[in-house]
Design a protein. Structure first.
Length: 121
């Protein structure tokens, strides 16, 4: 799960940065506010890469997804990109857990009955 979620979060890091560049050119919020919010969101996306497997990591990721969608009020295309990344986040968490469960089951099976094939060294 960690790899899939981290990949999604790194993609979001770049999208948030590019959205900040677009928001900076609008007549909406000030440049300082745009980069403060974008900087916090970008830092959160990077920090979450290491926190995914810890308690609350996935939930904090969902908070970031909601913020990404809400940023569409400043940069309208972010409504679409936010929904796309929320779907990617869901898929990363859902399928990442399935992969983790499959790996754990395989490791447990190997622990019970190790392979009879010799290692090729």
């Amino acid at each position: 799960m960690r790899t899939l979620c981290a990949s999604t979060l790194i993609g979001e890091f770049f999208v948030i940065g590019f959205a900040g560049l677009v928001a900076m050119k609008t007549d909406g919020p000030s440049v300082t506010l745009v980069w403060t919010v974008c900087g916090i969101a970008m830092l959160l996306s990077v920090l979450l890469c290491g926190m995914i497997t810890r308690p609350g990591g996935v939930q904090l990721g969902w908070v970031l997804q909601i913020g990404l969608i809400a940023s569409g009020f400043v940069v309208p295309v972010m409504f679409i990109l936010g929904v796309v990344f929320a779907a990617l986040w869901w898929a990363s968490v859902h399928y990442g857990r399935k992969v983790d469960e499959t790996k754990a089951a395989w490791a447990a099976q190997q622990a019970v009955s190790p392979s009879s094939e010799p290692d090729a060294a």
